[in-house]
Design a protein around this ligand. Structure first.
Ligand SMILES: Nc1ccn([C@H]2C[C@H](O)[C@@H](COP(=O)(O)OP(=O)(O)OP(=O)(O)O)O2)c(=O)n1
Length: 131
């Protein structure tokens, strides 16, 4: 039952909102900063809708992020090196990979948000620093 509600609300926030006129989906182009802002906003809405923001402390989100990194690593565990584009992977494994990569990105963005940091700007600054 809980899982059904979760799925419904998940698509309410991440799916339905996606096709409203103000969404990024209907803009021709958007900057990285705009995209990251939009994702952060949706994550905050997603948590608020369920009253989960009280659990989304920096420490909890950081631990959730680490957990998802573990899940992401698990897919490649014992598989050996793989070619770019994953030509020999099954559709199921690729789908799982997409989900786990998304979970990592979303928790990363959410943790930056609750720290009060602008991750989009920090990323751009870091890329310049790296160069
Ligand atoms: N308290 C929570 C729990 C989940 N999520 C969101 C962020 C992630 O994108 C996704 C993670 O959900 P799960 O913890 O259910 O992890 P998985 O989707 O990986 O499921 P499972 O661990 O069963 O494979 O849901 C969240 O924002 N806050």
């Amino acid at each position: 039952m809980l899982q059904e509600n979760f799925t419904f609300h998940f698509f309410e926030v991440f799916g339905t909102v996606e096709v409203t006129s103000s969404s990024l989906a209907n803009k021709g182009t958007c900057s990285v900063a705009e995209m990251m802002f939009e994702l952060s906003k949706r994550l905050a809405e997603f948590a608020e809708l369920r009253g989960w923001d009280k659990y989304h402390s920096p420490r909890n989100l950081l631990l959730a992020l680490v957990g998802e990194v573990g899940e992401l690593s698990e897919i490649s565990q014992w598989k050996g090196e793989v070619a770019k584009g994953l030509p020999n992977w099954s559709c199921d494994d690729k789908e799982q990979l997409e989900e786990d990569l998304s979970d990592v990105l979303l928790y990363l963005m959410h943790v930056a948000d609750v720290y009060g940091l602008d991750l989009g700007q920090a990323d751009l600054t870091k890329i310049i620093e790296n160069a």
